[in-house]
Design a protein around this ligand. Structure first.
Ligand SMILES: Nc1ncnc2c1ncn2[C@@H]1O[C@H](COP(=O)(O)OP(=O)(O)OP(=O)(O)O)[C@@H](O)[C@H]1O
Ligand SMILES: [Mg+2]
Length: 645
């Protein structure tokens, strides 16, 4: 919103470069003028400072020894005061501008990272630890921030201080000026060597910090398991180990700095003593005036200081560069859309000869322009909900195929049920529909069009998944239900969805009703309540294709019946996929697919499958015999089975 006006937009992916300094310079786009302003202000302040010393030399040599001064003292005093004000004022301005450019660059970087990370594909998140990402977005971003806030400005400051003061020194005494930078090459080479070492050590330090952060994050997420299994000590040891490793790496880093500073200070100290001594000799010899000596002694501090600054810069910059690299690792990752483009480009090249693509692209353009034309996307014109799988195969990681040769067709409005043992690939199959993952072989057609032809957000608007393990945000129940809808929703609409999902009455029992907060700051919902919330959320989204992943297994039988009745109503006009373990749930499906180890081993309607030997009938028999047993157990005591409860 407003804050995006604070910085010009920039596609960071385009600015990153294999040369890190070029990359960092790229990050500064839009803030370079501000940065320049900071450096120029610094120059003015520095010049004012140098002039102070020249004025001092003039005062001592030319004014003090005159019996009748040509320039009155008060004017000289005014000169000193004026220069001091100038120096202070411009130092202030420079600091302000520097902060503005550094914080601006980082504001943009943080926003970009957040947006980028949430657009990365599931495969990336599957393989990346959340704690590690958090560490990069905080600690590493901060190191880069320090680079811009301190080091980048320091570069300007050091160069400026050095050149201006060195020029002043040259104007006083050329020979002594050259002698005063005698130690610079030595300091420079030494610093570069140390910087290389710091680079390696800091990199390993940040890596370990990532490990620690991931350990912490995992422990917090899994705190229930830790407590339930009384594994606190085990977890503590694990953390301690990681923490100790970080401590050691941190110490190595501090030790490097600790030996580096004194050496550099000794070099510059010796340099200073040498100059003071040589200068004094010159005064004794009479080749230098006392005023010049005083000014020189004052000024030389201001070129020795940048020498130390330069050393600090070189070493600290190397930490900024390491962190920059760690951020670039994330920025380089392809987003879902980009991955799509790559895939569709490859596909369209493959299918160049097929005319179908041309027609469908046109259809698609019509479809998307219609939805963006103020039709609110409520009933997307073209999607009827026909889903066809053609020899689809899928693997999360190369070489471990999870789905093999899956083929089936679902007409619009039909209900497809998936049944099969745990790990047989049911969730994996339905996760292909909204393209959470890209299938590796075959085709999935939605209304005759390959999935990749649909813009991702559009596709996901059409496919509503009630996940096996739903996640709710720490917001109000109302906000959670309305989450997937991109328009204003009325209370009536929200309540209708909640009723359909059999959660409305439960919500009313909470103190704040629909305004009750969920999660850390509010109520904790039970597993079944969460699932019903997820159902309500998906129903309100009103998708053409509805997927229930095990959605009704965590509710009691009575609620299951309510939800089924609701489902029956709501699935009208939508293609529905239901994953369930109970035959009762899948009986009414138009097509039942029985999966085993990633293959469809049986398919058909209930009565067809009952007529065959196979998993389906076995499950049916098992479940009905259990039910009979339960019934028998309830009836035997005589009166009423429910009484005992
Ligand atoms: N994100 C993932 N990355 C890698 N492998 C995965 C991932 N998710 C699932 N798998 C693997 O894919 C296979 C199928 O898993 P899937 O979740 O589809 O099973 P399922 O049929 O839904 O089982 P359940 O009934 O227990 O929910 C399993 O072997 C599992 O280990
Ligand atoms: Mg599953």
């Amino acid at each position: 919103m407003q804050q995006s006006l604070l910085y010009p937009p920039l596609d960071l992916k385009k600015t990153i470069s294999s040369n890190r300094l070029v990359g960092l310079w790229g990050l500064m786009k839009g803030f370079r003028l501000t940065y320049l302003g900071a450096v120029v202000s610094l120059a003015v302040a520095t010049i004012a400072k140098a002039l102070t010393y020249l004025l001092l030399a003039y005062f001592v040599d030319d004014i003090l020894n005159q019996a009748q001064p040509t320039v009155p003292f008060y004017l000289i005093a005014l000169g000193f005061v004026g220069l001091a004000v100038f120096q202070g004022g411009f130092t202030f301005i420079s600091g302000k501008l520097a902060a503005r450019s550094a914080e601006g660059v980082i504001l943009r970087l943080r926003n970009y990272l957040f947006d980028h990370i949430q657009r990365l594909p599931f495969t990336y998140h599957d393989h990346t630890q959340t704690g590690e990402l958090i560490q990069r977005c905080t600690s590493d971003v901060d190191a880069v921030r320090r680079f811009f806030a301190e080091q980048a400005i320091e570069v300007g400051r050091v160069l400026m201080l050095f050149s201006i003061n060195f020029a002043a020194l040259l104007s006083i005494n050329t020979r002594l000026a050259w002698l005063s930078i005698l130690s610079f090459p030595i300091a420079f080479i030494y610093s570069s060597l140390v910087a290389r070492r710091i680079h390696t050590v800091y990199e390993s330090h940040q890596e370990q910090e990532g490990v620690l952060s991931a350990t912490l994050q995992e422990n917090l997420t899994g705190i229930r398991v830790v407590k339930a299994f009384a594994r606190q000590q085990f977890e503590m040891n694990k953390f301690e180990q990681a923490n100790f490793e970080l401590y050691q790496r941190g110490r190595r880093l501090v030790k490097l700095f600790a030996t580096y500073w004194p050496v550099l200070e000794t070099i510059s100290g010796l340099q200073m003593v040498l100059i003071f001594f040589l200068g004094a000799l010159m005064v004794i010899e009479g080749t230098m005036t006392i005023g010049d000596y005083l000014a020189f002694a004052g000024l030389v501090i201001w070129i020795i200081w940048p020498l130390q600054g330069l050393g600090r810069l070189i070493t600290q910059t190397s930490t900024g560069l390491v962190s920059y690299n760690r951020l670039v690792d994330i920025i380089r990752e392809s987003r879902e859309e980009e991955r799509d483009e790559e895939v569709s480009q490859r596909r369209s090249e493959e299918a160049k000869s097929r005319e179908v693509t041309m027609v469908t692209q046109d259809q698609l353009r019509q479809a998307t322009s219609a939805t963006s034309n103020g039709l609110n996307g409520k009933v997307p014109l073209t999607i009827r909900g026909e889903v066809v799988f053609k020899n689809v195969s899928f693997e999360y990681d190369a070489n471990t195929r999870v789905l093999h040769d899956i083929s089936f067709a679902a007409k619009p409005g039909q209900m497809v049920a998936l049944l099969g043992p745990t790990g047989s690939g049911k969730s994996s199959l339905v996760n292909l529909l909204p393209r959470f993952y890209g299938y590796t072989g075959g085709q999935i057609l939605l209304d005759g069009l390959e999935l990749s032809h649909y813009p991702l957000p559009e596709l996901r608007r059409q496919v509503g998944i009630v996940e096996q393990e739903p996640f709710l945000f720490s917001r109000t129940l109302r906000e959670n239900i309305a989450y997937g809808v991109r328009r204003e929703v009325t209370q009536a609409e929200i309540e209708a969805a909640a009723r359909a999902a059999a959660i409305h009455d439960i919500i009313l029992t909470f103190p704040d009703g629909y305004d009750t907060l969920v999660g850390e700051k509010g109520v904790t919902l039970s597993g079944g309540q969460k699932q019903r919330m997820a159902i309500a959320r998906t129903l309100l989204k009103d998708p053409r294709i509805l997927v229930f992943d095990d959605a009704v297994s965590a509710v009691d039988t009575e609620t299951e019946a309510i939800i089924h009745a609701a489902l029956e109503r709501l699935r009208q006009g939508r293609t529905t996929f239901v994953i369930a373990h109970r035959i009762q749930t899948v009986m009414r499906a138009d097509l039942i697919l029985v999966l085993d180890q990633g293959r469809i081993v049986q398919r058909g309607r209930h009565h067809e499958l009952m007529a065959q030997e196979g998993i389906y009938r076995r499950i049916y028999e098992l479940q009905s015999s259990i039910e009979q047993e339960i019934e028998a157990a309830n009836i035997l005591p005589g009166t009423n089975g429910r009484k005992g409860h």
